[in-house]
Design a binder for this molecule. Structure first.
Ligand code: SF4
Length: 459
């Protein structure tokens, strides 16, 4: 029986978890989440939040206050829309803008060779691998998914196995690596050499980082070789930074100056590396959205993206996805700050998913089977390979260890493919999986291929 526990967290927001009474608890769960430190030990297995603060009003939006007895309600009315333009063959009236980044979807259509190999039952290399370089961090963000993946202080992939793995990725034809995982990548000193090596081998790399410890003496190596660097920043003020990232307010200023220096270096030396900010949306940072959108514009980064918070299958982070409806107008106001050179975008497909289907609210997906893991693999910061991040430490799905085995041999092994098969055959994606996992969009695409409608030639 799920132990549905609603508590008020230390910020005054309600949080609801679904941890079964008898689930084994991790003894050293890591830093404090927004809920509590009650975290399930996966290696042993099996409300309403309210937006606080001022009322935000969109440009040109009208609000009407309605008083009933001693209470006051607020009604928002849309800004006036321009009248419709009839088709008078007078030339173009409107042009769709191409999407500069695809934050809210997938790019599988650009890798149809791998899709064909999959359909033909061949062995093929992942298109992309998300990989942690450590299993620990120097900040303690209250939404951190890595806590539920059991962070382990001091554990990280060592330099030689890491470089050997990158060589193997080159031999296999892996197209991109994201140093994104269960720990902060800049805490691994081999990050810089790994990036340079990947660049030499023609593998695209990227990194998601809190940015505080970037070695500015090696900034050129990162900017010259990485396709993009994303700063995990869910605040636009030192006070918000302290609250959400549980780090000192002065570190906010340090980070801002580092980003400013990287933007300057990029422009001066003509590097192509995209620099962006990402906010993980939780009620504790709702009041930071507009401040961060303004900060991104002032810093001159390429984008500011706002994403949903992925919660675990036990909702250990306590996200109420319906609550996102209360912040939609603020997100739209932030998006309106986009310019030619600066994209501000909310991941609406996931932020609004609770309105569209039972996805997130009940965990249901738009497909029944997970087939995406061979295309998009995830590796833990300690060098252990599992098909996906939410299944780190679930030993049934353990594939191998980069300290012991060659990644080239692993991908060509029977065990590797047996684990992916086990995932697709035994996992119930509607209840066994993290909410909004990384492979979600890819899974939907593959499900559509495997489940075509009738009359497919009538396109
Ligand atoms: S659907 Fe489930 S098994 Fe597949 S990648 Fe997502 S969390 Fe992992």
């Amino acid at each position: 029986m799920p132990d549905e526990k609603i508590v008020k967290n230390r910020f005054g927001n309600n949080v609801k978890t679904d941890i079964p009474v008898d689930a084994p608890r991790a003894r050293q769960p890591g830093h404090k989440l927004r809920t509590s430190n009650d975290i399930v030990d996966r290696s042993e297995l099996g409300t309403d939040s309210t937006q606080t603060g001022k009322v935000h009003v969109l440009q040109d939006q009208k609000i009407e206050l309605i008083k009933v007895e001693d209470q006051t309600g607020l009604v928002r009315m849309d800004a006036e829309q321009p009248g419709k333009i009839p088709n008078q063959f007078t030339g173009p009236s409107y042009r769709n803008h191409g999407e500069r980044f695809r934050f809210d979807g997938h790019k599988m259509l650009h890798h149809l060779d791998r899709v064909m190999a999959w359909q033909n039952g061949e062995i093929f290399a992942p298109i992309h691998i998300d990989m942690g370089l450590t299993k620990f961090c120097n900040t303690a963000c209250i939404y951190c998914y890595a806590v539920v993946q059991n962070m382990t202080k001091g554990k990280m992939i060592e330099r030689e196995p890491l470089l050997r793995y990158i060589e193997d990725c080159g031999r296999l034809g892996v197209r991109s690596l994201g140093f994104i995982g269960d720990g902060e990548p800049t805490l691994n000193p081999a990050l810089y050499d790994a990036t340079v090596l990947a660049g030499k081998l023609g593998i695209d790399t990227s990194m998601a980082t809190n940015g505080l410890l970037i070695d500015m003496d090696r900034a050129d190596d990162l900017l010259a070789n990485m396709t993009w660097i994303r700063f995990n920043l869910s605040a636009g003020t030192p006070e918000g930074f302290q609250r959400v990232h549980q780090s000192k307010g002065k570190n906010f200023d340090l980070l801002v100056e580092k980003i400013r220096s990287l933007v300057k270096l990029k422009k001066e030396r003509g590097y192509q590396c995209t620099l962006g900010l990402q906010m993980v949306l939780i009620p504790e940072c709702y009041d930071q959205v507009l401040a961060e959108a303004e900060l991104g514009a002032e810093l001159g980064v390429d984008y500011f993206v706002i994403k949903h918070c992925s919660d675990s299958e036990y909702k250990e982070i306590g996200i109420d996805y319906k609550d996102y409806a209360t912040i939609e107008d603020v997100l739209k106001q932030a998006e309106a700050m986009s310019t030619e050179d600066y994209v501000v975008q909310a991941k609406w497909n996931k932020i609004k998913a609770s309105e569209e289907t039972d996805l997130y609210s009940k965990g249901y997906r738009k497909y029944d089977v997970c087939m995406g893991t061979p295309f998009l693999l995830q590796i833990s910061g300690n060098g252990k390979i599992y098909p996906c991040g939410p299944f780190f430490n679930k030993e049934r799905f353990y594939i191998g260890d980069l300290h012991k085995d060659s990644f080239y041999d692993i991908v060509n092994s029977e065990k590797y493919w047996a684990v992916h098969k086990d995932i697709s055959e035994s996992v119930d994606v509607h209840k066994d999986c993290a909410i909004g996992c990384r492979q979600d969009y890819v899974n939907k695409f593959l499900w559509d291929i495997k489940n075509p409608p009738e009359h497919i030639n009538f396109i």
